[in-house]
Design a binder for this molecule. Structure first.
Ligand code: TTP
Ligand code: MG
Length: 404
C-alpha cells in the first residue's frame, strides 16, 4: 500500500492564539502585523477581518483603509514559537516522519500508525480534538495519499476543516475544472504565463502537457504530473542539520583512515564555514559533522553550541564529534553550522579573520595553523583567502593527505 499523509494547518494562527489569550478580542476583526501608521504588512488576521478583504502580506495602510474598526496588534513570536512546540509534541505522537513547513503547519507520514485510510481518519480527528482540548485552538486537517493532495485537502474546508483525498483519481475529480492556481506551486506569475497560452484549468494542463513543459520547463513537468494527481515526494523529517545552514565539505581522492588528518582538514573547513557565515552576517547555534564512509554510508552528528562564531569554536565541536564516530575509511568530510541567527555588525563582516576574534581565540587559531604548517610544510596563514576557493581547498587537502 502507498503512503498516507496528513497535512495539518492551524486556522488564522497568530490571531487565534491572541484571541485565545484575550477573550475581549473575540468576535472583533483582529489584524496581527504592523500597526496603522507604521510601515509594514499584515502577518495574518482572523476570519472576521478577512470579511473586509484584509489578508496576509497586505500593506497595513490598505488593511486600515478596508477595516478601520479592526483591532491591530504586533505579533508575539516567542509565544507562537512556544505554541508551535506544543503542536509538534502532539503531531509527533502520530507520525513516523514529521515535516514542519511553518510554525503552524506540517506534513505527517502516518502510513504505519494508521494502517489504512479509516485509521488515518481517526488519527486526523484525534489530532483536531487534542489541539482544541489541550491548546484551545482550531486547525484544518487533510488526509491523503500524497503531500500535495493532503495540503489541498486541508485547505478544502478551512477553517476547522477535515477532508480526505484517498486516490489520485479523487484528486483529479476534485481539481480538474479548477483554475491552474489551485495546483500547488502555481503562483501569479506562472498562472499568467499559462493563461496567455490559453491554459486555464487543470484539465487544460492535462490535455496540453507538451505546451506546459515547453513554457515552464522543469516546473512544467512537475505540473503535468500533478494535474494527474501524481506526487511521490516523501515526508522528509525535520532534523536540526536541515535547518538553514552554512557548510563546506571535501571528498578525498582516496579514502582516509587517519583521523588526525581528518581533524586537520576540519580546521580548514571550519575556516571556510566561519568566513562564509561572517560574510552574510550570521552565526550558528549548532555544528554538524558529516562523514561519508568508503561504503558510501553517510552519517551526520549535530550538537548545539553557545555560539559557533569563530573557526576555533566550530573546529573544537566538530573534532569532539569526530572522536565519537566509527573509525572506518572516510571518503568525504564536511562541517556546517545551523540555527543561524544574529545579524552581526556589518563592519565586522568586512574585518579580517584575526581582528574580529577575541585575542585568545585568535592566538589559538594562529597556533593551530602554525602546527599545520610544521606538519605539512604548507604556508596556511599566508593563503587563507585562497583556501576558500573550491579548487584550492581540494588541492590543499589532497596535498595534506599525501604528505602525512
Ligand atoms: P498561514 O497558515 O498562511 O495563515 P493562517 O494560519 O494565519 O491562516 P489560515 O487559516 O488561512 O491558515 O500562516 C501561518 C502564520 O504565519 C500566520 O498566522 C502568520 C504567519 N504569516 C506571516 O507572518 N506572513 C505571511 O505572509 C503569511 C502567509 C503568514
Ligand atoms: Mg495556517
Amino acid at each position: 500500500m502507498g503512503m498516507i499523509v496528513i497535512h495539518v494547518d492551524m486556522d488564522a494562527f497568530f490571531a487565534a492564539v491572541e484571541m485565545r489569550d484575550d477573550p475581549s478580542l473575540r468576535g472583533k476583526p483582529l489584524i496581527i502585523g504592523s500597526l496603522p501608521g507604521e510601515r509594514g504588512v499584515v502577518a495574518t488576521c482572523n476570519y472576521e477581518a478577512r470579511k473586509y478583504g484584509v489578508h496576509s502580506a497586505m500593506n497595513i495602510k490598505e488593511a486600515f483603509r478596508l477595516c478601520p474598526q479592526g483591532v491591530y496588534r504586533h505579533p508575539d513570536m516567542e509565544k507562537y514559537k512556544a505554541v508551535s512546540h506544543q503542536l509538534h509534541a502532539i503531531w509527533r505522537t502520530y507520525a513516523t516522519a514529521l515535516e514542519a513547513v511553518a510554525f503552524d503547519e506540517a506534513y505527517l507520514d502516518v502510513t504505519e500508525q494508521a494502517g489504512d485510510f479509516d485509521g488515518a481518519r481517526a488519527i486526523g480527528q484525534t489530532i483536531k480534538q487534542r489541539i482544541r482540548d489541550e491548546l484551545g485552538l482550531s486547525c484544518s486537517v487533510g488526509v491523503a495519499y500524497s503531500k500535495t493532495a493532503a495540503k489541498t485537502a486541508s485547505e478544502e474546508k478551512k477553517p476547522n476543516g477535515f477532508f480526505e483525498i484517498r486516490t489520485p483519481a479523487d484528486f483529479v475529480a476534485l481539481m480538474q475544472d479548477r483554475d491552474v492556481r489551485a495546483l500547488y506551486t502555481v503562483g501569479e506569475k506562472t498562472a499568467q504565463k499559462l493563461y496567455a497560452n490559453g491554459i486555464h484549468t487543470v484539465r487544460d494542463v492535462q490535455q496540453r502537457q507538451a505546451d506546459v513543459i515547453r513554457l515552464l520547463g522543469k516546473q512544467g513537468r512537475w505540473l503535468t504530473s500533478l494535474a494527474f494527481g501524481i506526487d511521490e515526494r516523501p515526508v522528509t523529517p525535520y532534523r536540526p542539520e536541515d535547518a538553514k545552514s552554512i557548510g563546506r565539505e571535501v571528498t578525498f581522492q582516496k579514502d582516509v583512515t587517519d583521523f588526525d588528518l581528518l581533524a586537520d582538514v576540519l580546521l580548514l573547513l571550519a575556516l571556510c564555514v566561519d568566513r562564509r557565515a561572517k560574510r552574510v552576517g550570521l552565526h550558528g547555534k549548532g555544528v554538524t559533522l558529516k562523514l561519508t564512509y568508503g561504503d558510501m554510508r553517510t552519517i551526520t552528528r549535530s550538537q548545539a553550541v553557545t555560539s559557533a562564531d569563530s573557526p576555533i569554536a566550530i573546529h573544537q565541536k566538530a573534532v569532539q564529534m569526530l572522536t565519537q564516530v566509527d573509525r572506518r575509511p572516510v571518503r568525504l568530510v564536511g562541517v556546517s553550522v545551523y540555527h543561524l541567527s544574529g545579524e552581526i555588525d556589518p563592519q565586522l563582516r568586512l574585518a579580517g579573520y584575526f581582528e574580529d576574534a577575541p585575542p585568545q581565540q585568535a592566538a589559538a587559531l594562529q597556533q593551530k595553523l602554525a602546527a599545520l604548517e610544521r606538519q605539512y610544510g604548507l604556508d596556511f596563514a599566508g593563503h587563507l583567502e585562497a583556501i576558500d576557493r573550491a579548487d584550492t581547498l581540494h588541492k590543499t587537502v589532497e596535498y595534506m593527505r599525501r604528505h602525512r
